[in-house]
Design a protein around this ligand. Structure first.
Ligand SMILES: [Zn+2]
Ligand SMILES: [Zn+2]
Length: 389
């Protein structure tokens, strides 16, 4: 039985096995299901039983190419690494001294637990921790980034620092719980842009999960108008349901910059949240904002992109890059979701069993049946696929 010294459990209600099913990454694109020990929470950590985990585009990057994962200071392949980072679950064991959470509490989990001691962590920018990935060999800086620098969520149990937990209410489904971090990333983008969004005009480029959540969060914060650009009509339609006042299909519009300005009364918007990673997106974004406007880059492109620096300087345009979901943005996103300010589950399209992870990944990667967010659940029979809840 799982009974590590100093760790509080409640085996009657939440029995914990000593080993668990876990997917590990071999060569690029190669995942295999095996057994791993259930990890032991240390000081300021809890053990979370993973009830649902969503697949993110970054998981696909890691599984097929490696970065931004960094395992033992290098690529994540053939190191027994378990990817997966957008999960939620139930607290089932408490590390020594933990009284902030109780066994049985449902939580969404932020990805990044910073070291807590570097300059950026002290500023709340723990997703940019200066000790990122320094937690192997003789070095233990206390930094964790689930599914990036330490084992993630494509398994049944994982340890998490208490500062990464976001309590969720009983009426929030497991699948919706996995979207708290997605909405949190959108919230962080708008936080970094200044946060005072009510009455300001916002354009979101790229209707992927983060782009669609950026539309929802911007609208919840009172932005007007909120404009969404993209290439797929079905996703643009979901954007409208989540609060976009206008959408632009860039395939059908010769000049997207002019079209966005037209939709904003002829002038540039105050903010752009760039979520498309398209090569032309940065230049489009800096031309979509008005003078003194702000652009947040929330998607990473594969190649270097050309940027019109003179235009940026002449017009005093601010350009921000964000990583993940810092400054407790997930807590603010969860509050909006709790208050039913937007229906995050509109982006959840498919659910699979943990044993069917390769199929789930194929759905996400190839956008089978217009998949957007694909969720995997440990407590579900294999070969059972459920349309969105
Ligand atoms: Zn993600
Ligand atoms: Zn740090």
């Amino acid at each position: 039985m799982y009974a590590p010294p100093g760790v509080k459990t409640n085996h009657n209600e939440f029995p914990i096995p000593e080993s668990q099913r876990a997917w590990t990454l071999g060569d690029p694109g190669e995942l295999s299901l095996g057994e791993k020990p259930v990890p032991v929470p240390k000081k300021a950590e809890v053990l979370v039983r993973i009830d649902a985990v969503a697949i993110c585009a970054t998981d696909l990057e890691i599984i097929y190419h490696g970065p931004p994962a960094s395992i033992q200071g290098g690529l994540p392949f053939n190191k027994g690494f378990t990817p997966g980072h957008e999960y939620m679950g139930t607290v089932v064991a408490l590390g020594p001294g933990v009284d902030e959470y109780g066994i049985g509490e449902r939580v969404a989990v932020e990805i990044h637990a910073g070291c807590g001691q570097c300059k950026r962590c002290r500023e709340g920018m723990y997703t940019s921790c200066h000790n990122y990935g320094l937690n192997y060999g003789d070095v233990d800086k206390g930094h964790r980034a689930n599914g990036f620098t330490t084992d993630g969520g494509f398994c049944e149990y994982q340890v998490n620092n208490i500062n990464t937990l976001v309590p969720i209410q009983d009426d929030m489904s497991d699948a919706e719980g996995t979207l708290v971090v997605t909405a949190g990333t959108a919230m962080y983008a708008l936080t970094e842009l200044g946060g005072l969004v009510a009455g300001e005009s916002v354009c979101v480029t790229g209707p992927g999960p983060i782009g669609l959540m950026a539309v929802a969060v911007a609208k919840a914060l009172g932005a007007q108008p909120v404009i969404l650009t993209g290439t797929r009509d079905n996703r643009l339609e979901i954007g409208k349901e989540l609060g976009a006042d206008a959408v632009v299909n860039i395939r059908k519009t010769p000049n997207v910059v002019e079209e966005v300005k037209k939709l904003n009364g002829g002038k540039g918007v105050d903010y752009v949240v760039e979520c498309s990673a398209a090569t032309s997106a940065v230049n489009d974004a800096v031309r979509m904002v008005n003078r003194g406007g702000k652009v947040c880059l929330a998607a990473f492109a594969h190649e270097e992109v050309p940027v019109d620096v003179a235009h940026i300087v002449r017009n005093n345009i601010y350009l921000y890059g964000i990583r993940g979901e810092g400054k407790s943005a997930t807590h603010r996103a969860e509050a909006y979701m709790r208050q039913k300010r937007f229906e995050a589950t509109r982006i959840h399209t498919h659910t699979f069993a943990l044993d069917d992870l390769p199929t789930a990944i194929r759905y996400a990667k190839d956008r089978v049946e217009d998949a957007i967010k694909v969720v995997v659940k440990a407590k579900m029979d294999a070969a059972q696929k459920v349309a969105a809840e």
